[in-house]
Every structure is written in structure tokens, then in C-alpha cells.
Design a protein around this ligand. Sequence first.
Ligand code: NAP
Length: 306
Amino acid sequence: MPMTPTSEAPATYRLIDGKQTAEDIKVEIAAEVVQRKAAGQKPPHLAAILVGHDGGSETYVRNKVLACERVGFESTLLRYEDTITEAELLAKVDELNQDEQIDGFIVQLPLPKHIDPNKVIEAIRPEKDVDGFHPMNIGRMVAGLPALLPATPSGIVELLRRYELVTDGKHCVVIGRSNIVGTPVSILLAKNLEPGNCTVTLCHSRTQNLAEITRTADILVAAIGRPGFVTADMVSPGAVVIDVGTTRVEDATKKAGWALRGDVSFEDVAPKASYITPVPGGVGPMTIAMLLLNTLRAAKGEIYPR
Ligand code: NAP
């Protein structure tokens, strides 16, 4: 994809436009769905389970359902009160596992405290696990086998690919080691793949001399959940900065009373970076696009032949 400077971007750095890239991917998916329908195949069908009424989760799930409509998928939203028991939820998961009309499904996290998310994730059939969180998909990813990859890490890799950023031999520093972002992105970028072949350092809350390490990064990925944590003194000139953080902070200028803030102190860091993702409009939209792509792959039986 050509690298198009936007009006918000001074000459010194370029914004990595995740919103536009996600739109491009959705157009590609929609075209494939049209082709499949013309060939007499049913559209991919994504289901989402939402437990309780967490504001963030409601928004994420609503956006996922809307995205399905945009690309011609069918979608089903199953809502349960947070009084649902673990056994009841596991039974719902099993119903979706057995339902031949459903190609893939997600259980929106976080779940209420009385439900073990790992038990729920492990109950999902790997071929329908379009979030890519099941140990089978994680294990296949680590082994370099085809897998349904976790959406946020694969969205980051896809951004690097589409912006044609060189990763081979580069030092990538990832801050944050969660199972859904930090750890998998560190694995993907270390693989002998294109993009990939990075030398990766994975940092976390026990890391000593964090700023010393981040200053050696050619590519810096921040997935911490602490608004504005990464400041200019932690970034080397010319680094590619990927901000995964999305924390709601109070903002009286917004109608909702809050705004999303990334883990990177954008105004401070951007002038030092060569490329940087904004928040919002960077990694976030890519996560949904990659979820749709996983659902299409599941429908096609691309990873686990049906
Ligand atoms: P998480 O599970 O809370 O993990 C946070 C990680 O940051 C942990 O590994 C933690 O280290 C590390 N950390 C915390 N404080 C630190 C510090 N002072 N120095 C170094 N490391 C520190 O978070 P997550 O689920 O990965 O999410 C991270 C952020 O990304 C959140 O803002 C989340 O909302 C956002 N997110 C965005 C998307 C998207 O689509 N854009 C998707 C997923 C997540 P320890 O392991 O040592 O505790």
C-alpha cells in the first residue's frame, strides 16, 4: 500500500492509518463474500457471546456485529446476564460448537469473576476459535503451523506488511506480555516470516532499566494499558512505534465524557518516530478486520479442513 502522509502528520513522521487499512481489508473480504455467494456458498457466520453490561465490551461487540454487516457476513449476538453460571456458559459454548450454521464465535472478555475464562476458551472448538485464544491455535502459532491467529497481534503484523516496513533483522521491543497481545506479537515477529525475523525483547512490569531497553528498539510495541506511559526519552530517533493501548480517560470535551488514550504519549513521541499508530484509529480497527478475516478462514476451512 502506498504510504500516504495525512494532513495531521508533519514531515518528520508518518501516521500508520489503521482505520484506512482496516477499511481496505474489509473491502477485500466483502469482495470474497460476494464471490462465494455467487458460487452458491452461504456467507460466513460469526456469533458473539456477551455476558453482562460492561460499557467497553458492549461497544466492542456492537462494532464487531456492525463490521459483519459491512462485509456481508451473518452475525448472531447472544447476551446473558452476569448471573449466568460457568456451567451454563460452557453449555452455550457447546451449542455453538455443534451449530453447523456458525463458522466461528467469540466470547467477549472480561467475564464475571465467578467464571474462569481459560475454561471457557478451552471449551471452544479450535476451528471456530476466531479470536485465536485457544491453546491449540496458540500452540500451532508457536510451532509455525497454520493457525487462527489472535486478532490484535496479527493486525499489528498486517500493518507492518501493508506499510512495507522492514522488520528483518530489526530489534523489536514489546512492552506487555499478555496472552492476547504482548506474548503472541513477540512470537510472530520473531518467526522466520515476512514480516518477521526480528530480534525480540519482551518487557513487563518486572523489567529493569526499561527505558534503556526501549531506546534500543527499531520497532517499539506498547501493550500495557497505562495511558501516556511511553515518553520521548524512551524512544530512539526513527523508531516505528505501535501503540496498542486503549484506556478510557475522562474528557469533558467529548460527548461521551471520555476519550480513548494510548500507552504512548503521542505528541511527545511522534516527532521522534519514523512511523507511529494513532489512538484511536491505529491498531484498534485492525483487530476487528483480522477477526473478520479469521471468520472467513474458518468458513473456508482453511486452517482445519471441514
Ligand atoms: P494486560 O493483560 O493488563 O497486560 C498488561 C501488560 O503490561 C502486563 O504484561 C504487565 O506486566 C505490563 N505492564 C504493566 N505495567 C507495566 C510497567 N510499568 N512496565 C512494564 N510493563 C508493564 O493488558 P492487555 O490485555 O495486553 O492490554 C494492554 C492494552 O492494550 C490495554 O490498554 C488494552 O485495552 C489494549 N488492547 C487493545 C486492543 C486493540 O484492539 N487495540 C486489543 C487488546 C488490548 P506483568 O505481566 O508483569 O503484570
